[in-house]
Design a protein around this ligand. Structure first.
Ligand code: ZN
Length: 206
């Protein structure tokens, strides 16, 4: 699998300072659309070009949209801190193709997570008031990719508590409340560090 580079021309783009989310979208339209179609559509909207950073066609082809370093135009609330991926199709009516989901998984696991270890995977409906990416898109499965990847080690031992990353910070579910590990460490006077490669929080309590 690979990212197919495209030669889309953009007017002017702004550099994105932060990347802590990946937002998944559907086109809510024609399942045969390509990134070039979306680029033209967004230009027609008066935008600088395709608002998504990646596009996955119905046949699973991954295409590059807006350059990865640029602020996208795909989710009003998190454009400044996120990468947008759009899948061709309307998943309020039918499911994405199997190969589209395989491509999406590859893009997240084999590419994005290596480059941006702290990202959270979310759906557009998590960041704005919308049905996108549609009720028939398996959003939970993709959100779990990142939430399940974080590990917590306290004094050298793996601790088995539910963990998630919110706004770039790791939280643990303790007595039904999500608690920021850094705050917890501060309270306990413990040392805390993050290992990007293994997505592990190391805490050492003296
Ligand atoms: Zn969307």
């Amino acid at each position: 699998m690979k990212i197919n580079e495209t030669n889309l021309q953009f007017k002017n783009l702004e550099k994105r300072a932060k990347t802590d989310r990946v937002v998944i979208h559907h086109t809510a339209g024609n399942r045969n659309a390509t990134v070039a179609d979306i680029h033209q559509m967004h230009l027609n909207n008066g935008w600088v070009g395709c608002g998504y950073h990646f596009f996955i066609r119905h046949d699973g082809t991954i295409e590059r949209g807006r350059p990865e370093w640029a602020v996208g135009a795909h989710s009003l609330t998190v454009n400044a801190r996120s990468i947008g991926i759009c899948l061709a199709g309307d998943f309020t009516i039918y499911q994405p193709s199997e190969i589209q989901l395989v491509s999406l998984e590859w893009l997240i696991n084999s590419y994005l997570l290596h480059k941006y270890p702290l990202i959270n995977i979310v759906g557009h409906s998590d960041t704005d008031s919308t049905q996108c990416p549609g009720i028939l898109f398996p959003l939970d499965k993709f959100k779990n990719i990142t939430s399940q990847l974080v590990k917590l080690i306290v004094n050298g031992r793996l601790v088995n508590v539910p963990l998630r990353i919110m706004d770039g910070r790791t939280e643990a579910l303790l007595s039904d409340n999500w608690v920021q590990l850094r705050e917890l460490a501060n309270m306990l006077g413990a040392d805390i560090s993050w290992d990007e490669l293994t997505r592990t929080v190391n805490m050492s309590i003296k």
